[in-house]
Design a binder for this molecule. Structure first.
Ligand code: 3HC
Length: 294
């Protein structure tokens, strides 16, 4: 396991930056791919902001923050990933983007034992594997937002993934990154989103039926069920575009009505009201929390 020292993270949005932070704090050499040249500084700013938050909260020392920052480099060119031993793709939930990234990684990553992981929340892992010549090394590594705080990783082997790949990935994620793994089959939503997304969609339907205000629905679930956040605040944290994308993927796979996106969600996504990352979703967020998606 100790052989994995050089990690690549594709994407530096909310999840990519969180993954980079967790890997850097575990002492790994981390290379982050941003979506285009010029976005490197945005990525570093996002990472620094989160590390500063950890420092303020007393989770890390100033020395830990500086050491973690020094372990992370940024690039806009995936061919720089040639020497990576474990790559986690955390790009947008768009089929064409993910397929392109995996086809490119397959060409550039030299080590034939390198593991190519995806943080996808709904896209079939087998399809990512099939655009490579090494589908046995492709695995789903699904982290949760905020990555620095939530301990779970869903580990997803497709019908083409080698058992050894899943075993090595599990040891890496648990022993090196300090997370807890649940293994799941390659089905849309895996475990968490198959249960969570219908709950979030139900909250929107309850609101649209006029039963209670958004704020009261959130308060009810926080105080009545001890959830850390209500469904509207949580949807804003995840991103409404992501909630919609997972909902569509679940609906396409299972055709069950409770997975279909309610009209309000679709209208908000069309309007660019994506939640915390865009500054407005079900709630408004202060300007300082608006960050460009890298
Ligand atoms: N490093 C380490 N720890 C950090 C940190 C950092 N960079 N930043 C914050 N923390 C710690 C804090 O110190 C605190 O820990 P403590 O309770 O031991 O003191 C903890 O994180 C909480 O942070 P805050 O005090 O800043 O914030 P809150 O107490 O308001 O909690 C929250 C915020 C963690 C987001 C909490 O409300 C929560 O857990 N909400 C639920 C989130 C959730 O369900 N996420 C899953 C979404 S689903 C998903 O991601 C899958 C996708 O596919 C859709």
């Amino acid at each position: 396991m100790n052989r994995i020292r050089r990690v690549g993270v594709v994407g530096c949005g909310v999840m990519g930056a969180g993954l980079a932070e967790v890997c850097a704090r575990a002492g790994l050499d981390v290379l982050v791919a941003v979506s285009r040249p010029g976005r490197e500084a945005d990525g570093r700013r996002r990472l620094t902001g989160s590390l500063d938050n950890g420092l303020r909260k007393g989770k890390i020392s100033e020395g830990d923050r500086d050491a973690a920052l020094a372990r992370v480099s940024f690039t806009a060119d995936l061919s720089d990933f040639a020497d990576r031993q474990f790559v986690i793709e955390a790009g947008p939930e768009q089929e064409s983007v993910k397929l392109d990234v995996f086809a490119t990684l397959d060409k550039v990553v030299v080590d034939e034992n390198a593991i190519l992981g995806s943080n996808t929340s709904s896209f079939p892992i087998v399809q990512l594997g099939r655009v490579t010549d090494r589908p046995g090394k492709v695995v789903g590594t699904h982290f949760f937002n905020p990555v620095t705080v939530l301990p779970l990783v869903e580990l997803v082997g497709s019908v083409l993934t080698e058992d050894d790949t899943v075993d090595v990935a599990e040891t890496f994620v648990t022993e090196v990154l300090g997370k807890q793994v649940v293994r799941t089959k390659d089905r849309s939503g895996f475990v968490v989103n198959a249960l969570l997304i219908p709950y979030l969609l139900s909250a929107i339907r309850v609101y649209e039926s006029g039963v209670a205000s958004m704020a009261d629905i959130d308060t009810a679930m926080k105080l009545g069920c001890a959830h850390p956040m209500g469904p509207f605040a949580l949807s804003d944290l995840i991103g409404l575009d992501i909630v919609q994308a997972i909902s569509e993927s679940l609906y396409n796979e299972y055709r069950e009505p409770h997975y279909s996106p309610p009209p309000l969600l679709s209208r908000m996504v069309s309007a660019g009201l994506l939640g915390k990352k865009s500054g407005r979703g079900f709630y408004d967020y202060p300007v300082r929390e608006k960050v460009k998606v890298a």
